[in-house]
Ligand binder design. Structure first.
Ligand code: ATP
Ligand code: MG
Length: 168
């Protein structure tokens, strides 16, 4: 049984994440998806709760054809202990997939195999760009899976972002 681990903040989950996971699904038996900075929400850079992000991911991967677990992981303020913290929250895994330099470094130092997936259309497929578009009332729906559009409508995602960005 080979398990792969993939971590992100998924603020929000987008087509770049989806492409990576569809790719990983072909090379492992099970996937563990860590929802990082799980304690954060209602901030301009972190607008959505861990539960909302779990919903986006779970619904988008409904027909992935590879079993997966979605696990919220809160931050600890000690990078040197972070991999142990992650492993205490997840089923055992053999390989970590990440392109984030800090994540790559920390897992590498812990002796865990890391692979960095290729970036898909990074100019537009980025959480930062999607949040920027929501804040400016620019089109963003083509950048996320249909299930994410549905979740963001249910929770009034863009409305939340616009409201918390205002001055009092
Ligand atoms: P933000 O701009 O908010 O940081 P992000 O798009 O980088 O959002 P994250 O949740 O930070 O998304 O990323 C989770 C993982 O997905 C990271 O390993 C990141 O490198 C990867 N990733 C992000 N965008 C893409 C993409 N377009 N193609 C492939 N991988 C991506
Ligand atoms: Mg990022």
């Amino acid at each position: 049984m080979k398990r792969g681990f993939y971590i992100g903040r998924f603020q929000p989950y987008h087509n770049g994440h989806q492409s990576v996971l569809e790719h990983i699904a072909g090379s492992v038996d099970e996937i563990i998806i860590g929802v990082g900075s799980a304690q954060l929400s209602h901030q301009i850079d972190n607008p959505f709760t861990a539960g909302e992000r779990v919903l986006m991911i779970t619904r988008s991967l409904a027909s992935l054809g590879c079993p997966f677990y979605v696990i919220p992981i809160e931050d600890i303020q000690r990078n040197a202990l972070w991999v142990a913290h992650v492993r205490s929250m997840t089923p055992p895994f053999d390989i970590c997939y990440s392109s984030n330099p800090l994540v790559v470094r920390l897992f590498g130092e812990a002796g865990i195999r890391v692979q960095s997936p290729a970036m898909y259309e990074r100019d537009t497929l980025s959480g930062t760009e999607i949040r920027r578009r929501m804040l400016n009332n620019e089109p963003w729906m083509s950048l996320v899976p249909p299930a994410v559009i549905q979740v963001l409508k249910e929770i009034d995602g863009p409305g939340r972002l616009l409201q918390i960005a205002k001055d009092d």
